[in-house]
Design a protein around this ligand. Structure first.
Ligand SMILES: Cc1cc2nc3c(=O)[nH]c(=O)nc-3n(C[C@H](O)[C@H](O)[C@H](O)COP(=O)(O)O)c2cc1C
Length: 179
């Protein structure tokens, strides 16, 4: 699948969903497609998947803290201009809300706010969260900004139920991001 895709510089933003472990597959597929990948994470994402895992898979340091003095080059700005694609997968309801109001409180939000590259957002959450009018409005707002929403899809959820809110399949996320 991945070999026929166009290799690009991709910034992957990861947030604190139970689906965060699937970000590892997204990175692997992007690397397999010949992409250079840089990962930025929310603090909560790091409670679900180890930054070291994503660093090893992407073969690059992971940006977690906007205020890390090591980022003298302002990581969010350098990532924003470096990336040819900015992909947020998975995107929590809370992160989608923050993006919808233009927050820049962490490396993922600040990168999305700063970039001129196409932005792709792959939500993952429980059905009730996805169907709440607040999330519907926030997702629509991201669409109005020109961001591409990838899913979510219907299927088995971490809660044990089946419904809308499941993260789109990583292969499909990568295929659409690199198309
Ligand atoms: C076990 C567990 C799983 C969670 N899964 C999700 C999820 O899939 N989607 C979501 O929007 N929030 C989920 N949450 C809630 C988020 O972690 C919470 O809203 C958090 O503030 C999001 O932080 P972030 O957006 O900064 O990464 C989950 C929480 C827990 C404890």
């Amino acid at each position: 699948m991945a070999r026929a895709l166009k290799a690009r510089r991709v910034v992957l933003g990861v947030s604190g969903s139970i689906a965060a472990y699937k970000a590892c597959s997204v990175v692997r597929l992007l690397v397999k497609a010949g992409c250079e990948v840089r990962v930025a994470m929310t603090a909560n994402a790091a409670k679900f998947v180890g930054p070291m895992t994503l660093a090893a898979l992407s073969r690059a340091p992971v940006t977690l803290d906007l205020m890390d003095p090591a980022h003298w080059d302002m990581a969010h700005l350098s990532l924003a201009s470096w990336g040819e694609r900015v992909l947020v997968a998975p995107a929590t309801a809370d992160l989608i809300a923050r993006l919808a109001v233009g927050r820049a409180c962490g490396p993922v939000e600040a990168t999305v706010l700063s970039t001129k590259a196409p932005v792709f957002v792959a939500p993952a959450m429980d059905t009730e969260m996805w169907e709440h009018p607040a999330t519907r409005a926030n997702a629509e707002r991201l669409g109005a900004f020109g961001y591409t929403l990838l899913g979510p899809v219907s299927g088995p959820l971490a809660s044990g139920r089946t419904g809308m809110g499941r993260l789109m399949d990583p292969e499909e996320i990568v295929r659409r991001t690199l198309a």
